[in-house]
Design a protein around this ligand. Structure first.
Ligand code: FES
Length: 144
């Protein structure tokens, strides 16, 4: 099997190449979404493996590669379980990331159906400001 980076990988892995190159760069992404895979968020999720579901959806949309690639990463508990399921959005501002969508904390993503995820991914691709759209965000205290 060959992964998205063109590396032949060990059976059962997508990120364990058969030939290890410590200097091979990671794949470009415009946007990275961290999806909480902590116990409480995972229990609320519609999918056994939310990250895999989202990665497959990104392939359908051709946003798993290229200039506007959206990278999905699992994370453990954000310490914000009351807002579960939690997902955060970070933009690659060293490349072509859209700074207005940097550090967005989304709540209740377990309520998203496939179409809602498509809306989010499309908005990110098109650099729509999430602050101006109706995605519920987790409030954050001002620095005092
Ligand atoms: S388990 Fe997701 S924020 Fe705690």
């Amino acid at each position: 099997m060959v992964n998205n980076m063109g590396s032949e990988v060990e059976v059962g892995f997508t990120c364990k190449p058969k030939v290890f190159d410590p200097n091979k760069p990671i794949m470009h992404f415009k946007t990275q979404i961290f999806i909480c895979d902590g116990e409480r968020c995972k229990q609320s999720s519609k999918h056994e493996d939310e990250a895999t579901f989202l990665r497959e959806l990104l392939k359908e949309l051709n946003l798993h590669q290229g200039q506007n690639r959206i990278k999905i990463s699992r994370t453990n508990c954000f310490g914000a379980c009351r807002f579960r399921q939690v997902a955060t959005v970070f933009e690659n501002t060293k490349a072509n990331g859209f700074i207005q969508n940097n550090n967005i904390w989304l709540k209740n993503t377990h309520k998203f159906d496939k179409n809602r995820w498509i809306e989010l991914f499309t908005a990110l691709k098109n650099n729509k400001n999430l602050d101006e759209l109706d995605f519920e965000q987790i409030p954050m205290n001002e620095i005092s």
